[in-house]
Design a protein around this ligand. Structure first.
Ligand code: SF4
Length: 324
């Protein structure tokens, strides 16, 4: 029997190449070996209460990108977190078995509390409980994560173990499936690629927009003149060539070190590589976007299928907790 994967992503609207290289391409390939459940976690997006007026648009844009990238609604369940409200019920039940001290020690809670001191809401501290509910409501046994998310998954496993100690075995203890892609830095070469740093390239950007963004990217600061030898190992344009022009990496490093190629030409080459790689994605996206109501249909069908699993799990949990 196939294992079951669950992963959720905040609906941040149009996805960028960092999202693709870091998560989406992995989501797509997991479909071959697992039963996959992928979710836009709109409730999690409310912890900061930012851009709530754009939430629906952001969900639609993200789903268009996921579908165009190869997530297949025939093989995977694609849905929106709040469309299966049982997750909130399970969250409340799990909150009864989760010691508060486990939550207040979470590093990301402390960081978020520092970032939004005027809105340290319950949702921030309860975030790992909701995340646990997301995973175990569907009895997922596998969660694709980067190294930085391992502590969150470990906390989810602790909550599961505590539930089991109190009420008996109920859920699979979710295992991490580490993604191998390293952190994708943005065009500033310093921060993780992110819309909030405006250092990203959207998958759906036009070839011209993509070129403009790449041409504005930071390179090796030691190369002030075309004749200065460069240090490709410290240049993010070079790192991105690793994904989009892997066959030319060695040659580019040699030319950069010998000042045989200038940064302008090197970036032109990268922009061409990215545009070539994204061309099929962009064509598929245009086809999906031209089907009115298609994304909504996919999400409604996903929610229906997710709901069947959720209802069954919740009945079992309530029975064990003495509620029915
Ligand atoms: Fe970076 Fe390319 Fe310029 Fe070298 S030539 S510093 S790899 S952009």
């Amino acid at each position: 029997m196939k294992g079951r994967v669950f992963s959720g992503a905040r609906p941040t609207g149009r996805q960028h190449i960092g999202n693709y290289l870091g998560a989406i391409q992995n989501y797509v390939s997991l479909q071959d070996d697992y039963e996959c459940i992928y979710c836009a976690v709109d409730i999690h997006a409310l912890t900061s209460l930012e851009d709530t007026d754009k939430l629906q648009e952001n969900i639609g844009e993200m789903m268009l990108d996921w579908l165009a990238a190869g997530l297949d609604p025939e093989r995977s369940i694609l849905f929106v977190q709040s469309h299966v409200p049982q997750v909130m019920e399970l969250h409340t039940l799990l909150s009864m078995v989760t010691p508060l001290s486990w939550l207040t020690r979470v590093a990301t809670f402390k960081e978020k509390a520092r970032m939004q001191p005027d809105n340290i809401n319950y949702g921030l501290v309860g975030y790992p409980v909701l995340m646990t509910a997301d995973i175990i409501l569907y009895k997922a046994d596998t969660v694709p994560v980067g190294e930085d998310q391992l502590p969150h998954l470990e906390l989810a496993r602790e909550i599961v173990r505590r539930f089991h100690n109190l009420f008996g075995p109920t859920f699979p203890e979710p295992q991490a499936k580490l993604t191998s892609t390293p952190l994708i830095l943005g065009l500033d070469g310093v921060n993780k690629m992110s819309k909030s740093y405006n250092n990203h390239i959207e998958l759906a950007a036009s070839p011209e927009e993509t070129r403009e963004r790449v041409m504005a990217a930071f390179t090796d600061p030691a190369r002030r003149y075309r004749s200065d030898p460069g240090h490709p190992e410290g240049c993010n344009v070079y790192r991105l060539h690793g994904f989009y022009n892997p066959e030319r990496l060695e040659e580019l490093a040699t030319e950069c070190r010998a000042a045989g190629i200038g940064c302008v030409d090197c970036k032109e080459l990268l922009a061409r590589g990215i545009n070539q790689a994204l061309q099929p994605f962009r064509e598929r996206r245009a086809i999906v976007a031209a089907r009115p109501g298609y994304v909504e249909e996919v999400l409604a069908d996903g929610a229906r299928r997710a709901c069947v699993i959720a209802t069954e799990t919740l009945r079992e949990v309530k029975g064990k907790m003495g509620l029915i």
